[in-house]
Design a protein around this ligand. Structure first.
Ligand SMILES: Nc1ncnc2c1ncn2[C@@H]1O[C@H](COP(=O)(O)OP(=O)(O)OP(=O)(O)O)[C@@H](O)[C@H]1O
Ligand SMILES: [Mg+2]
Length: 402
C-alpha cells in the first residue's frame, strides 16, 4: 500500500477478512440455549439441558492481507468451527464474516461459489487428496473443476509443485508419497487456485517433528514469495508463534487474547494464556524415535570381517554394527579393528567393541546429552529384548535441541 507523503504515514491496516461477533451453535434447541446463555449458565449446563453445543461464542477478529493469522487452542475449543464459518461451510448462528468489506451472508449462491473457488482455499489436516490420481492431477484438481483448460492448469499446477519442492514427483501416485510429501501436494493444490486466503486447519499435526519443521520452514518461504493471507490453525504454540503475525488463543469457543507473539509473551491476558506460553518449551520435547536412523552398516556376527570391511567401504563409514541372528545387538567393529582381524592380529570376537552406549526409542533426547558428549559412536537404540532398532547420531541429538 502507498502512503500519501502529505498525510500521516502511520500505516492503515489492510483488512481482508473481518469476523464480527461470530457464534456457532450445534443442535436444535438454539433459542433455549441462547436464553440460558443470557442468564449466565455455563456451556456444559446448556449442553446437558438442551443438547446444544456452543462451539464458537462471540468471536471477533480481523485478518490483515498478506499476513498469517494463527488460531490456537485446546482440542474442542472451536478452532475448526471458526474456520468452517469463514468459507460458509457452516452458516454462522449469529454474527458476520466480511471479505474485502462484503458480508458473505449477502452473497448469492453463485457469488458464494465464486468466493469458495477463487478466493479462499482450504488445506486439511488429513490431506484430503484423491488417492487414485497422480500428484499433478491432484494439484490441478481445483482448476479442473473450474473448467480451466488443460495446458493452463498444468502450467499453474507445475509452478506450485515446484514451489513446494516436489518437482520430479508430478507423475507419481499420491499413494506412494510420504506424509510430508502428501501435505506438500495438499498445499500446492490449495495454492494452484491462486486464492487470496488460505485456510490451514492443523495441516502439519500428523507429521513427524522433523518433517513438521521442514514444512514450517517451507510455509515461511512460500509466504515470502506469494504473500497470501493465511489463517493457520494449530494446537502447538511454537508453531503458532513461528508462523503467525497475529495469534489468537481460543478457550471454550471464545477468543481470550489476540496479539502479536511478542506482545502475547510479554503481556499474557490471563493465566490460561500464560500456561499456554509456558508450555511452549515443553511441547518441544522430542524422543529418540523421532530422530533415530537405520544403521547403514549392519552385519551378522557369523558373516565375519570380510563382509564388514566391504560394507564399510561401500558406505564410506569407519564402523559397522554387529548383531546376532535374532538382531540382538552385540557391538561395533571399527575399520581399524577389522583390518587387524584381517591381518591375523585379533580374533573377530575380540575386535568387537561391546560397551557401546545404548538407549530406547521412548527416551527423551534431552536425557541423552551427557551420554552423547562422551560417546565414540552414535548411540544404539535397543528394544526391550536388546535387539537393535536403530542408531542416533550426536549430530541428530544436537540439531534436535536447537
Ligand atoms: N457438526 C457438529 N455437530 C455437533 N457438535 C460439533 C460439530 N462440530 C463440532 N462440534 C463441537 O463443537 C466444539 C468445537 O469443535 P471444533 O471442531 O471446532 O474444535 P477444535 O478446536 O477444532 O478441536 P480440535 O483441536 O480437536 O480439532 C466441540 O465441542 C465439538 O464437539
Ligand atoms: Mg479442529
Amino acid at each position: 500500500m502507498q502512503n500519501n507523503p502529505n498525510t500521516n504515514p502511520a500505516p492503515e491496516r489492510d483488512i481482508i477478512l473481518k469476523v464480527e461477533h461470530l457464534t456457532k451453535m450445534f443442535g436444535r434447541r438454539k433459542s433455549q440455549a441462547k436464553e440460558m446463555q443470557a442468564k449466565g449458565r455455563s456451556r456444559d449446563d446448556i449442553l446437558k439441558e438442551t443438547g446444544v453445543t456452543i462451539a464458537v461464542d462471540d468471536v471477533s477478529f480481523e485478518a490483515e492481507r498478506g499476513k498469517t493469522f494463527s488460531l490456537i487452542g485446546l482440542s474442542g475449543s472451536g478452532k475448526s468451527t471458526v474456520v468452517r464459518c469463514l468459507n460458509f461451510l457452516w452458516q454462522p448462528t449469529e454474527g458476520s464474516i466480511f471479505f474485502n468489506g462484503e458480508n458473505i451472508a449477502d452473497y448469492s449462491p453463485q457469488q458464494l461459489m465464486e468466493y469458495r473457488r477463487k478466493h479462499i482455499s482450504m488445506v486439511f489436516q488429513s490431506f484430503g487428496l484423491l488417492s487414485h490420481r497422480d500428484v499433478l492431477d491432484n494439484v490441478a484438481y481445483g482448476l479442473e473443476i473450474r473448467g480451466i483448460d488443460k495446458k493452463k492448469r498444468t502450467d499453474a499446477a507445475m509452478r506450485m509443485i515446484e514451489m513446494v519442492n516436489l518437482k520430479g514427483w508430478e507423475n507419481k501416485n499420491v499413494g506412494e508419497l510420504s506424509g510430508g510429501m502428501r501435505q506438500r501436494v495438499g498445499i500446492a493444490r490449495a495454492l494452484a487456485n491462486d486464492p487470496d486466503i488460505l485456510l490451514m486447519d492443523e495441516p502439519f499435526s500428523a507429521l513427524d517433528p522433523l518433517v513438521r519443521r521442514d514444512m514450517q520452514f517451507e510455509m515461511l518461504s512460500i509466504q515470502e514469495k506469494l504473500n497470501k493471507t493465511i489463517i493457520f490453525i494449530t494446537h502447538d504454540i511454537n508453531e503458532a508463534f513461528k508462523l503467525g503475525d497475529q495469534v489468537a488463543i481460543m478457550r471454550d469457543g471464545r477468543i481470550v487474547q489476540t496479539d502479536t507473539p511478542e506482545n502475547m509473551t510479554q503481556n499474557p491476558a490471563d493465566d490460561y494464556v500464560r500456561d499456554f506460553i509456558d508450555s511452549a518449551d515443553k511441547a518441544q520435547i522430542y524422543y529418540v524415535k523421532h530422530f533415530m536412523q537405520r544403521p547403514a552398516c549392519l552385519i551378522r556376527q557369523q558373516e565375519g570381517v570380510a563382509l564388514a570391511l566391504k560394507q564399510m567401504r561401500s558406505n564410506d563409514l569407519s564402523s559397522a554394527y554387529v548383531v546376532d541372528n535374532r538382531m540382538k545387538f552385540i557391538g561395533v567393529i571399527t575399520l581399524d579393528n577389522a583390518f587387524r582381524v584381517r591381518a591375523g592380529e585379533l580374533s573377530f570376537d575380540d575386535a568387537i567393541v561391546r560397551d557401546v552406549p545404548a538407549t530406547t526409542r521412548d527416551t527423551q533426547i534431552a536425557d541423552l546429552i551427557p551420554l552423547a558428549s562422551q560417546a565414540r559412536f552414535p548411540i544404539v537404540v535397543l528394544d526391550e529384548k536388546g535387539r537393535l532398532e536403530g542408531i542416533i547420531s550426536k549430530a541428530a541429538i544436537l540439531t534436535s535441541l536447537q
